[in-house]
Write a protein that binds this ligand. Structure first.
Ligand code: NMX
Ligand code: MLT
Length: 435
């Protein structure tokens, strides 16, 4: 099948049976007790969601449909002359569990390019945003406004039966992903005064078009970076704030634009996706305080002063991971290949040698190792994309892939409205009074 939608349609009946059989066999089994601490503690470790695109292992990191990042880099189709996977291929993998052929990926690139235009009123909406409005707020506004043309919202209003929901949701998800480069490019050019947007090239891949809209399409290494960046940021199982929010909002049958707009608002928080902006800010502040080429001792002191000031070290720690994030490693390898002598990359490497020991000595963080955000900004900066406030927008473009894939499956499998039980402290005290 060259058409992704046709392939998904073929997979759905078997997956419905698979879920039925899994529930029949395991539906009444338990994962163990839920501790009161977990209710107060951000639900860490509490099994709560089904998420098919990827699963995270605390020691190993993410696997997309069972494949590690290096396996995806090996297996998935690439652009001619390129060595990083095409994110189109990763989306196919997330959605179907299968590695696509080159032909399937090319068809997907063309499909997305053909859907890329955004409505004029959304262009105007962005053009009227003050440049002081954070790029993530502009991004979320524009994505939410795309709901104007939602195929699902229209079909629902016309009474589409439940088993058909996934079809217009699929169309919305394809439109959503396809339109993100034009939204991101417009925000970038509006906010940073980079001139008029070029048009999408219908023959080129998604990352080339995104890079070109941002003004970096003539740098083949930047385009390769985008391919890697979009691939590795796409999905991180279901419990992270952006993924879970998208799934939650989608469960109310809000269309994919509304659901993903909500995801973006979560991604915009400094403990989540905004950390990539915060890392660069922090590194720059460090450089202005202790100078470039600072000694290990000076870096150490700076890290301690961050902690003593009651702040977190951005880019370090993780709610689930307990080792260096393989997405950090993939970016480090890219840097070693393409920019080994970049001074900021050297600082990132120096920080990597120093921060974990300090976080361990400080004794609070459960994971002292770097996450994805500790590395992405330095790569973008190297190629001249220096506007840190824009970084989380690129994370958001990528995260749409993972959220969209799950929204399609949720509607195909008839996932219900999410509605967990909450308790007040008084209710907890009463419940466990004499226990
Ligand atoms: N620097 C300083 N303190 C930290 C750090 C850090 N990097 N990481 C965790 N801690 C503290 C944390 O604030 C908490 O303190 P307190 O008890 O005073 O509230 C304590 O260590 C225990 O936290 P953990 O259980 O290790 O981490 P948790 O699961 O609560 O939070 C993060 C995970 C990612 C929010 C946290 O590690 C953090 O704030 N990191 C820095 C921000 C960051 O890089 N976020 C990006 C994550 C990846 N992403 O893209 O979403
Ligand atoms: C993510 O990619 O969503 C982050 O690493 C946060 C998480 O997984 O909780």
């Amino acid at each position: 099948q060259v058409s992704l939608k046709d392939r998904v349609a073929e997979l759905i009946p078997a997956e419905i049976e698979n879920v039925k059989a899994t529930r029949a066999e395991h539906g009444k089994k338990t994962f163990g007790p839920v501790l009161v601490d977990q209710l107060y503690g951000g639900m860490r470790g509490m099994p709560a969601l089904i998420w098919d695109g990827s699963v995270l292992d605390a020691e190993e990191g993410i696997r997309f449909r069972g494949k590690t990042i290096p396996e995806c880099q090996e297996l998935l189709p690439k652009a001619p002359g390129g060595s990083e996977p095409l994110p189109e291929a990763l989306f196919w993998l997330l959605l179907t569990g299968e590695a696509p052929t080159q032909e399937q990926v090319t068809a997907l690139s063309r499909d997305w390019a053909a859907r890329a235009a955004i409505p004029e009123f959304v262009e105007e909406l962005l053009d009227r945003c003050p440049p002081t409005l954070h790029p993530m707020s502009q991004f979320s506004l524009a994505v939410t406004a795309l709901n104007h043309d939602s195929a699902f919202a229209k079909a629902y209003a016309e009474g589409i039966p439940k088993k058909e929901y996934w079809k217009p949701v699929f169309e919305d998800c394809m439109d959503l992903i396809a339109k993100l480069p034009n939204i991101a490019g417009r925000i970038y050019r509006n906010v940073y005064g980079q001139g008029k947007l070029p048009t999408i090239d219908l023959e080129r891949d998604y990352s080339w078009n995104l890079s070109t809209l941002l003004g970096f399409g003539d740098n083949a290494n930047f385009v390769e970076l985008m391919r890697l960046y979009l691939t590795i940021h796409s999905d991180h199982e279901g419990g992270n704030v952006s993924a879970h929010t998208g799934k939650l909002v989608g469960s109310a049958l809000s269309d994919p634009f509304l659901a993903f707009g909500a995801s973006l608002n979560g991604l915009a928080g400094p403990l989540h996706g905004l950390a990539n902006q915060e890392v660069l800010l922090w590194l720059r502040k460090m450089q202005s305080k202790i100078g470039e080429n600072a000694s290990d001792e000076a870096v150490r002191e700076y890290v301690w002063s961050t902690l003593q000031g009651g702040q977190v070290v951005p880019g370090y720690g993780h709610a689930v991971l307990r080792k260096t994030d393989p997405r950090y490693t993939a970016q480090r390898e890219f840097a070693l290949k393409h920019l080994p002598n970049d001074p900021l990359f050297k600082l990132v490497g120096q920080v990597y040698q120093i921060v974990p020991d300090i976080l361990l000595a400080a004794g609070k963080a459960k994971n002292p190792w770097p996450n994805v955000d500790a590395h992405s900004g330095v790569l973008l900066t190297h190629y001249g994309l220096t506007q840190m406030q824009f970084y989380t927008v690129l994370f958001g473009v990528s995260r749409a892939f993972g959220v969209a894939a799950q929204l399609i499956w949720d509607r195909a499998l008839g996932a219900p409205l999410e509605r967990p039980k909450s308790y007040s402290t008084a209710a907890i005290q009463k419940m466990f009074k004499d226990k």
